[in-house]
Design a protein around this ligand. Structure first.
Ligand code: SF4
Ligand code: SF4
Length: 428
């Protein structure tokens, strides 16, 4: 329940990256010795009849657990399956990790190319749901919650990240082709393209979408913030964007759809912004499934004890614990923090300084909310202190003098409350 004016004057103010007209040229990461793709399905107790070590797969081949309808992942290299293992993602999400030893040359699976002769919505769902940028096209298959609006954000949601604005500026024609396909093939008529206001004049009139300007200051590119700006709504408890018929997409995802349909081949490479320990930025392209270590090696970045690796940007990124972790379709950035610069969270209590309240764009009483969340009283936090007004920007964690991981508490609270909804429904 929203009980206060939503927008406040946020201090400090951070600006998103806007990229100069001389666009950087991403460096290409060589195919590594092993590629790991994640099948969005928990590994069963019995071995998969299809995914067996020693089996050869082709680039662009759709990999499934068995021959029944179900989740799939696309092989991003040609080679032999080395291993099939369980993989635990954040918030307990379970996957099956398929590791492939690549061959020097790609051999392309031709199933997608055949489908391109008469492309339809199902082809997009089957082959492009996990394309670079993670379009999430599987949501188009949900007949109970049909998608009627696609919102493409042309910038990046976190600070210091260049990936999606680079794509929008450098692959404009492919983004446009992707938009056309979403209209004509996927059948979604309403497509909004939100771009940072300072870049708006470069894009207005260039796309088959309704182009809208959003402020270039953080956190206006965060999906929950965009949702409020574009539709004047917030997500209530247990709700997702699906409940409102809205699908959010990165510019990279839309460009991947356009490229796939133009080339009749599934794109395998992802653009990633790498922020090294000295604060320098590198733009790279790498195959989805490339281990982080292979990318770090390219820039002679070595990890010392207690250095931190983060997927995503500085405000909302998530720590990962191994250089073996593969980059995923939605890995827009890798941030490497020197242990001497890592600001650790603490168990100091809240001192009621009010900094989090002052900075919160949703004008929430964060200092009060956090007391309930620390105690695991999530429902009380939602009922009394507007948990669902939070747009998950992380500004409160950034300014907290007691170093309380407020954003993580908020995400955990929303996750636990969302998990509780189906359990309650089952018990009815
Ligand atoms: S993450 Fe913190 S600052 Fe940002 S909206 Fe939520 S409570 Fe407010
Ligand atoms: S910034 Fe941290 S210490 Fe200050 S009021 Fe907010 S939660 Fe408490």
């Amino acid at each position: 329940m929203l009980s206060k004016p939503f927008f406040g004057y946020a201090k400090p103010q951070f600006h998103y990256e806007l990229l100069s007209t001389a666009l950087p040229q991403p460096a290409a990461v060589a195919t590594p010795a092993a590629i790991t793709v994640l099948l969005p399905r928990e590994m069963g107790p019995k071995p998969s009849p299809l995914l067996k070590p020693g089996t050869r797969v082709k680039t662009g081949q759709r990999l499934t657990w068995d021959d029944q309808p179900g989740p799939a992942v696309v092989a991003t290299a040609t080679g032999t399956i080395q291993s099939v293992a369980p993989h635990l993602g954040d918030y307990g999400r379970k996957f099956t990790a398929v590791t492939i030893t690549p061959e020097p040359q790609d051999e392309w699976d031709d199933q997608f190319a055949q489908g391109c002769r008469q492309p339809d919505r199902q082809l997009l769902i089957d082959f492009l749901a996990g394309a670079p940028g993670a379009p999430g096209l599987e949501k188009l298959a949900n007949t109970k919650k049909p998608v009627d609006t696609i919102v493409i954000y042309g910038g990046d949601t976190d600070l210091l990240v260049d990936t999606n604005l680079y794509i929008l500026k450098s692959r404009t024609d492919m983004v446009n082709k992707g938009i056309h396909a979403l209209k004509e093939i996927a059948g979604v008529d309403k497509i909004l393209l939100a771009v940072p206001s300072e870049a708006f004049q470069n894009f207005d009139g260039h796309f088959e979408a309704d182009v809208r300007a959003v402020p270039s200051t953080y956190p206006f590119g965060q999906p929950l913030m965009l949702f409020y700006q574009l539709f004047g709504k917030i997500l209530d408890q247990g709700e997702t964007f699906d409940d409102h018929g809205v699908l959010f997409m990165r510019a990279e995802a839309v460009a991947a759809i356009g490229t796939a349909l133009a080339d009749h081949r599934l794109p395998t490479d992802k653009v990633v912004t790498v922020l090294d320990k000295t604060g320098h930025k590198h733009l790279v392209t790498a195959r989805i499934g490339t281990p982080i270590g292979a990318i770090l090696k390219m820039f002679d970045i070595t990890l010392e004890d207690r250095d931190r690796l983060i997927f995503g940007g500085p405000m909302t990124g998530t720590a990962v614990y191994s250089e073996e972790q593969p980059i995923l379709a939605d890995t827009d950035a890798i941030l490497v923090q020197d242990s001497r610069q890592v600001i650790l969270t603490s168990d100091y209590p809240c001192i009621n300084c009010g900094e989090c309240v002052r900075v919160c764009p949703s004008k929430m009483a964060v200092n009060l909310l956090v007391r309930f969340l620390e105690a695991g009283q999530y429902q009380e936090g939602a009922d009394l202190y507007d948990l669902y007004s939070c747009v998950e920007c992380g500004l409160c964690s950034f300014v907290c003098v007691s170093r309380i991981p407020i954003l993580q508490y908020i995400k955990l609270a929303k996750f636990e409350l969302a998990r509780a909804v189906p359990a309650e429904e089952e018990n009815e």
